[in-house]
Design a binder for this molecule. Structure first.
Ligand SMILES: Nc1ncnc2c1ncn2[C@@H]1O[C@H](COP(=O)(O)OP(=O)(O)O)[C@@H](O)[C@H]1O
Ligand SMILES: [Mg+2]
Length: 359
């Protein structure tokens, strides 16, 4: 895929506080790209720099090979959908969607056909005469989308676009957003703090923490081969154990965690010394059948609808959670019972030690 939008060493501060630190991205044409990170990590600031509402202190923004760092927002081939929709309350749906095209002095027949097409794409074909106050959150969100896509921008920026919707509607809109993006083939850059949303929709995800990118990859890589404790912890649930690397034996890495011998797939460069290992709850078996084994006693068994969560404590007091699918209640362990947790070496995630961790 061809590169479309590139950020080169972007840094910026509010007063003396640096909120973006040496950010590089290369977003491809037609990509659904996510910026994912906790509240306050700098996502909206980065989006404002992309849209032209703000200029960075350092670095360059490139769009299609052109330096647009200092280009004002209205001259960029980029549109934004804001979290609060920002519809004009005194204009009906049709006029809201037509607004950008009227500013560009397009003919009314052209505007009509484009607005109708945009409303059809967001599944609101007969809503032109409605006022924003007469619509639900999900419908207003669709109007906001229609208003952005009607301009046929090269890049569509979305800031927490589904954040104001309830869970059920959010799931439905996620699906619609994905379909819309596929149909249009437009490059979408979407900001969220919701890891499920980013993993469901994103071709690639940049995980942000304190104004830096921790890792940029597809959902599968981020989940299975996270580059840091932060990424591993932010995407899904994970158990962590302090460990020490003993060395490499063929294609396996040998470690020790809480006195237990643990093996992992050997990474390309063999780490040494202290590290952290992560194991996802769904990778742990309770029947002791896998090669990495840790003795524990059951603290709690919790039913959460689709699965059971078994929380067990090691002899050194570390809590580990395990996810059991399709288990009959009679097959579950009881509180206080001694069990052997086990997992395959391919499911051991080896992470660098957590020197700057805030938790
Ligand atoms: N206009 C501003 N003036 C000063 N500080 C700001 C301003 N806007 C945001 N910040 C601070 O910058 C950091 C990043 O904010 P923001 O980009 O909005 O993060 P996010 O969208 O990831 O929640 C936060 O610490 C926030 O408090
Ligand atoms: Mg924000």
């Amino acid at each position: 895929m061809k590169s479309l939008l590139r950020l080169d060493a972007i840094s910026t501060s509010y007063g003396n506080t640096r909120v973006l630190n040496d950010i590089d991205i290369d977003v491809k044409e037609g990509e659904f790209f996510f910026l994912l990170g906790p509240s306050g990590c700098g996502k909206t600031t980065l989006l404002r720099i992309l849209s032209g509402l703000m200029h960075p202190d350092e670095g360059t923004v490139w769009l299609g090979g052109k330096d647009i760092t200092r280009l004002p927002a209205h001259q960029r081939d980029i549109n934004t959908v804001f979290q609060n929709y920002a519809l004009f309350p005194h204009l009906n749906v049709y006029d809201n969607v037509a607004f950008g095209l009227r500013m560009k002095k397009r003919s009314e027949p052209e505007i009509r056909s484009k607005v109708e097409e945009a409303l059809r794409l967001v599944s609101l074909p007969d809503f032109g005469k409605r006022m924003p106050t007469q619509m639900s959150g999900g419908q207003m969100q669709r109007v906001a989308l229609a208003r952005a896509i009607v301009n046929e921008p090269a890049v569509l920026l979305l800031d927490e676009p589904l954040g104001a919707l309830d869970v059920k509607l959010r799931k439905q809109m996620q699906f619609e957003l994905k379909q819309l993006q596929r149909k249009l083939g437009t490059t979408f850059i979407c900001v969220t703090h919701d890891q499920d949303e980013a993993m469901t929709l994103g071709d690639r995800i940049a995980v942000m923490n304190h104004g830096r990118f921790e890792q940029i990859a597809d959902a599968h890589t981020l989940y299975n081969q996270p580059a840091s404790h932060f990424v591993c912890d932010f995407l899904g649930d994970c158990n962590f154990l302090q460990a020490v690397v003993n060395g490499r034996v063929d294609d396996k890495l040998s470690l020790t965690a809480e006195g237990n011998p643990i093996s992992a797939s050997a990474p390309q460069t063999t780490p040494s010394g202290a590290c952290i290992i992560g194991v996802r709850p769904e990778k742990i078996s309770l029947d002791g059948s896998r090669e990495n084994r840790v003795e524990a006693s059951v603290e709690q068994v919790v039913f959460t609808g689709s699965h059971y969560t078994v929380i067990a404590k090691t002899s050194r007091g570390t809590s580990l959670s395990c996810r059991m699918f399709n288990d009959r209640p009679s097959a579950l362990p009881e509180t206080g019972q001694a069990i052997t947790l086990s997992w395959h070496h391919t499911d051991t995630i080896v992470l660098p030690p957590n020197l700057s961790q805030s938790q």
